[in-house]
Design a protein around this ligand. Structure first.
Ligand SMILES: [Zn+2]
Length: 114
């Protein structure tokens, strides 16, 4: 007797969640729109489009003694006689932004005492 056909294998279980594909989010490519052309509003490295070479890059920030630094030093000299602090503390200095490509100055964030 042929008994091999009487036992039929059940169909493999279908896991519905495995075949489900979540809808893909398509991000709009608008990265290069609206970049600032100078970095004066920021005291840290900022992504800008350079007005000189039109390259997009992150600015290099250098601290420089500015009028705010001198003003801060004067106030400290009058009040505490510790006028050297602003010259040592970069938070009390102007931030000069330069382009990473052409080294052009693209902005200055001036330190303000008040
Ligand atoms: Zn440049």
């Amino acid at each position: 007797m042929n008994n091999n056909n009487y036992k039929q294998l059940p169909p493999p279980p279908q896991n519905q969640s495995q075949g489900y594909q979540p809808p893909k989010m398509v991000a709009p490519q608008l990265i290069q729109v609206g970049l600032p052309r100078n970095a004066s509003s920021s005291n840290g490295p900022t992504t800008i489009q350079c007005p000189q070479c039109n390259q997009i890059g992150v600015t290099t920030v250098q601290s420089k003694v500015g009028s705010g630094t001198l003003c801060c030093a004067f106030i400290l000299l009058v009040t505490t006689f510790c006028c050297c602090i602003p010259f040592l503390n970069q938070n009390c200095q102007d931030k000069v932004h330069t382009c990473p490509n052409c080294q052009a100055q693209v902005g200055i964030h001036e330190y303000k005492v008040c």
